[in-house]
Design a protein around this ligand. Structure first.
Ligand code: DHE
Length: 643
């Protein structure tokens, strides 16, 4: 198996339970017929395979987990059937009533464990033997030295906290606090980290991102209470602030003749850089070091500045008027962050910037021109549904209202949208609007009045009215909606619509988004368009393009992850799919200022940006030699929320 970039694996949400590793399985199908009992296996070898591999989803005598408890399974299922199931789960599910029932009951097809006949016989011999002994005891956790504990804490922060939370309470990933982790036990925790799980967990071991020793240490670390995470106060943020070029020393007009409003900032994720391209000529005009695993860019409202945010919470201010675009200030308001947004209301252009933190649970407001930290606000509170007080609340997406001097912060764990008023002293949260729990990504409708944000763990979208400061509604779309900032277009039947793709199913959900002109369709799904695969991350369009572009970057089918497809606005159907390159998944789209071209990233160590005519879909340019390009942000479209 070829290794995928660390960044991709970090959220490869549809990883498999089984795998083709060398540690326990024999690799590949050994052929063999389907009938007859299974005999002659080596139980000791079978135990190794079971603990290494099957324990990710099954126990022996300790209850059902992601899959059924397998103690005595050899008694419940005839040997021939069991061998057939372990040899080819998909075929057996289709061809046998038992198989079909299992899939129905568990809602997921067991991934192929890739065992040959010998491996299958070994596992079954072990299960038979264990039947006489009783439940299989989990391996005890390994002892951690103080040094190992610190190193494992840091690994957890880099690899796991994004989905499971700093205090492990879960959000995108499940609760793995010490109570739950002790229940799961060392074998299960280690097997899940090694091989991943369907619907959620990357195969960190199999992909070479965690060594066996690290997996063992992490399994132990998870069974201990989480260490207190550090705070980052305003004074500390101020102490770290770096003003590289004061405002007075910056140009008062562009020092170059390029159309800077058609610049593209491209995130080079793994090297932690931003490459700035001239959208007209496709020349790279600057490459700037930003932060660890840089995540996104946002534009100041005039578009002159880019703000880049790294997962380490560092924000970099990039001046596009310099003869060569360059970093003019840096600041850090969080230890872990995913989003920033500029002040966009009339009269506040380029004045302020807000950074939403994953950790600590806070937002920090900066001066928009210097990044001087100005204020810090706490976001902890109670969950919208249970009322439980939460010590970990992460700020996910952030949008700037065009209706008032307000930022809307999606609070992931609490399920509120907090409105921060940047016209008031101290930049306070003026209201918390209860929506749905585990809010994630979202954007504005085409009028800019409504914030449409995914509660992806609940399969719903929430609609918040930024003018009236209230929740309009929430509605169901499909499994794990992931809209990015979404896409707005005029549908021939339903008026203005917005849409989302999904991580958990291959479906584009189009919903009415025009409560003034088409109130009968507003905020309900009007089209469910089947897509070739699940695992979609982003969709995008532009008023000038007849197409809506969407990816399937996390599809478990490698060929489909490398494709993107187009949906016809006029015909309401998927028209065709295109593979920009076999080198890596196709991910994320951005159109140029006029909407005549669309840029697509090929997410690979030797990555590329491929540019297409946004009407004819002919390839017009290919920019090669980019390491892990992911998000791309056109200045004009990002400043003006065109998507
Ligand atoms: Fe993102 C947007 C969080 C992984 C690329 N991502 C967002 C937003 C959030 C978020 C909250 C919305 C920001 C906003 O609009 O203010 N992303 C997370 C995670 O928590 C997650 C799942 C796991 C993690 O640990 O980080 C994650 N994201 C990824 C990736 O792996 C991606 C594909 C590449 C990378 O950065 O490693 C990735 N996310 C993006 C991009 C956007 C984004 C390109 C902006 C889309 C846009 O068009 O605005």
């Amino acid at each position: 198996m070829s290794l995928r970039p660390a960044s991709l694996v970090a959220i490869a949400l549809l990883a498999a339970c089984g795998g083709d590793d060398a540690s326990g399985a024999h690799g590949g199908h050994g052929g063999g017929g389907h009938g007859g009992p299974i005999t002659g296996g080596d139980p000791a070898r079978g135990e190794e395979i079971f603990r290494d591999h099957c324990a990710a989803c099954h126990t022996l005598g300790r209850g059902d987990q992601r899959g059924p408890d397998l103690l005595d399974v050899h008694v419940r299922r005839p040997g021939g059937w069991l061998r057939r199931w372990l040899t080819d789960p998909a075929e057996t599910a289709e061809a046998t009533p038992y198989g079909a029932r299992i899939v129905e009951e568990w809602g997921v097809l067991m991934p192929d464990p890739n065992l040959d006949d010998t491996g299958i016989a070994d596992v079954v011999a072990f299960i038979e033997q264990q039947s006489g002994v009783g439940p299989m005891a989990p391996r005890p956790p390994v002892e951690l030295s103080a040094e190992q504990r610190t190193a494992t804490r840091d690994r957890y922060f880099d690899r796991c906290a994004g989905c499971h939370g700093t205090y492990r309470g879960g959000a995108t990933g499940p609760d793995i606090g010490e109570g739950r982790s002790v229940e799961l036990g060392t074998d299960t925790l280690a097997a899940v980290m090694r091989h991943g799980r369907p619907w959620g967990m990357p195969a960190f071991g199999r992909e070479g991102l965690l060594s066996e020793a690290e997996i063992d240490r992490m399994a132990s670390f998870l069974q201990l209470p989480p260490p207190e995470a550090p705070a980052l106060g305003l004074d500390e943020a101020r102490a770290r602030w770096e003003l590289v070029v004061p405002v007075a020393e910056r140009p008062t007009s562009p020092e170059h003749d390029r159309d800077w409003q058609n610049f593209f900032g491209v995130v080079l994720r793994d090297p932690g850089q931003v490459a700035v391209f001239d959208g007209d000529t496709k020349e790279e005009v600057a490459r700037i070091d930003v932060g660890f695993a840089v995540h996104i860019l946002r534009s100041s409202s005039t578009g002159r500045y880019f703000y880049a945010v790294g997962r380490d919470g560092w924000v970099t201010l990039i001046d596009l008027w310099s003869s060569v675009p360059r970093a003019v200030a840096r600041a850090r308001g969080c230890f872990d962050a995913r989003s920033v947004e500029a002040s966009k209301y009339a009269g506040y252009e380029d004045r302020f910037l807000v950074e939403g933190c994953y950790w600590p649970p806070q937002y920090v407001v900066f001066d928009g021109l210097t990044l001087e930290p100005l204020a810090r606000g706490d976001v902890t509170g109670t969950a919208v549904d249970t009322g439980e007080h939460l010590r970990e609340v992460r700020v996910a997406s952030v949008v700037a209202s065009h209706d008032g001097p307000v930022w809307a912060l999606a609070l992931k764990e609490s399920g509120h949208v907090a409105l921060v008023d940047y016209a008031e002293d101290g930049f306070p949260i003026v209201t918390r609007i209860g929506a749905e729990r585990f809010l994630h990504d979202g954007g504005l409708d085409r009028s800019g009045r409504y914030f449409l944000v995914a509660a992806n763990a609940r399969d719903r979208m929430a609609v918040v009215d930024l003018r009236e400061h209230e929740l309009v509604t929430t509605f169901e779309t499909g499994a794990l909606p992931h809209p990015g900032r979404g896409a707005n277009w005029l549908d021939p039947t339903y008026g203005w619509v917005n849409a989302t793709v999904h991580l958990g199913e291959g479906m584009l959900a189009v919903y009415g988004a025009d409560p003034e002109e088409s109130p009968e369709h507003a905020w309900e799904v009007v089209r469910e368009v089947p897509l070739p695969s699940a695992g979609s991350l982003f969709l995008k369009t532009h008023p000038s393009s007849p197409w809506v572009f969407f990816d399937m970057a996390l599809s478990t089918d490698a060929a489909q992850s490398r494709q993107f497809c187009v949906y016809s606005k006029e015909r309401g159907e998927v028209d065709r799919c295109i593979t920009p390159s076999d080198a890596g998944p196709a991910v994320h789209f951005e159109l140029d200022r006029t909407g005549s071209e669309v840029w697509v990233s090929v997410w690979a160590e030797e990555g590329e940006i491929v540019v297409y005519d946004s009407a004819t879909l002919e390839e017009t340019a290919r920019i090669t030699g980019l390491e892990t390009p992911t998000g791309k942000f056109n200045v004009f479209n990002t400043a003006n929320d065109v998507y």
